[in-house]
Design a protein around this ligand. Structure first.
Ligand SMILES: [Zn+2]
Length: 137
């Protein structure tokens, strides 16, 4: 029987402030959003099998957003937190001063689509193979 993922982590609630713009009244305010920080335990829980231990080895600490919506401080209407991600790996964030920073970290972490300038380069193809290769996929 596979263990629940929560058996691998220690949960610790935390709050972070973030700035959102209400979609109804367009006012921007700071809000306190509840998250839970899941820190991987020192060792896999007792009773786990081989697969649980393998899974445990691959797990990383993360934080999970608990709040899906906030109540506008200006007009009092509830609105959904516009931020897409509700789960962030802790090693993707350094310090976490605010949500802008977080968004940037997320964008950077998920930016594989944008080829990094200094990323690993493909081996050079000798010129004689390159001439007609522009149509090749
Ligand atoms: Zn509002």
């Amino acid at each position: 029987m596979a263990l629940d993922e929560r058996a691998f982590f220690t949960d610790k609630p935390e709050t972070r402030s973030a700035r959102f713009t209400c979609p109804k009244c367009r006012r921007t305010n700071d809000y306190t959003v509840r998250w839970v920080r899941r820190t991987k335990k020192d060792r896999p829980p007792a009773g786990g099998d081989e697969r649980d231990r393998a899974k445990f080895a691959k797990l990383r600490d993360y934080i999970l957003r608990l709040d899906d919506e906030v109540t506008c401080r200006t007009c009092g209407k509830k609105f959904e937190i516009p931020s897409q991600q509700s789960m962030v790996f802790v090693d993707q964030l350094s310090g976490l001063p605010n949500d802008d920073e977080l968004e940037r970290e997320i964008a950077a972490a998920s930016g594989e689509a944008k080829a990094p300038e200094d990323g690993p380069k493909k081996p050079e193809i000798p010129a004689r193979f390159r001439q007609t290769s522009s149509n090749w996929k």
